[in-house]
Write a protein that binds this ligand. Structure first.
Ligand SMILES: O=C(O)c1cccc(C(=O)CC[C@H]2O[C@@H](n3cnc4c(=O)[nH]cnc43)[C@H](O)[C@@H]2O)c1
Length: 224
């Protein structure tokens, strides 16, 4: 596997994988037609995200892979309307329940449920977002196959994975595809809702999509 480089190769292409077309279009509008970046909507959940990323990576040469979209923010860590960049992407439900509690695939010896992100580019992107006036945190982003819908599950996740900033449903699928291709990975989430009791009516999707547009605009600055 390639080791992390603190900067992108000048000609390196970037693949961004979102779940749905609305997220793809928001990021793409910020990127303003930048030929260095391809944005695809791969579907909802880690399986479709991994399959879509693997297909795209088999069709062209890329230097970096990014999982992007809206997400839930953990209270006190990421407020609705803010952005979160991942320092780690953690598959919160890849493992087994045991009588003593949850055991991750790492603990079971079946691989890994935690992926490190490109630290240099994450720091540069955070700085560019802050310069653009966005509120942005850096921390672990969880990938779940079932979106959290109760305060109990939110509390269990926060206790098991201290510092978790956000959750979404695709990141680790994209990270697995990137890892198999030896490529660095990143994740960014625009927070549309709190992780906790499900209240779909309260999700601030248009605001989150606006933040994703800012994410696209500032990525352009980072790449140039
Ligand atoms: O209805 C719309 O207009 C619309 C526009 C953009 C995105 C959506 C989605 O529903 C995307 C589903 C996507 O959202 C992520 N997500 C958001 N909040 C959470 C959460 O609290 N827990 C887990 N995932 C969340 C997730 O990655 C889904 O793929 C609708």
């Amino acid at each position: 596997m390639k080791t992390e480089d603190s900067s992108l190769r000048p000609q390196g292409r970037v693949l961004i994988v979102t779940a749905v077309p609305a997220e793809r279009d928001a990021i793409a509008s910020g990127l303003n037609g930048c030929a260095q970046v391809d944005v695809i909507a791969g579907g909802v959940g880690p399986a479709f995200a991994a399959a879509a990323a693997a297909k795209a990576l088999s069709e062209a040469d890329y230097a970096l892979v990014v999982s992007a979209g809206i997400g839930g923010g953990f209270p006190e860590r990421a407020e609705v309307g803010s952005l979160v960049l991942a320092d780690h992407m953690i598959a919160a439900d890849w493992g087994a329940e045991t009588l003593e509690g949850f055991a991750s695939v790492d603990e079971l010896g079946f691989g890994t449920a935690s992926f490190s992100t490109h630290s240099g580019l994450t720091a540069s992107w955070q700085a560019a977002l802050q310069n653009a006036g966005a509120s942005v945190a850096v921390g672990p982003i969880l990938t779940v196959s079932t979106a959290t819908g109760t305060a109990r599950t939110a509390a269990l996740l926060a206790a098991r994975l201290p510092g978790a900033a956000a959750e979404a449903m695709e990141g680790c699928g994209v990270a697995a595809a990137a890892q198999l291709c030896g490529l660095p990975v990143m994740e960014i989430r625009a927070i549309s809702n709190r992780v906790g009791p499900r209240d779909r009516e309260s999700w601030r999707i248009p605001e989150a999509l606006e933040r994703l547009q800012t994410a696209g605009k500032t990525l352009l600055e980072v790449l140039q």
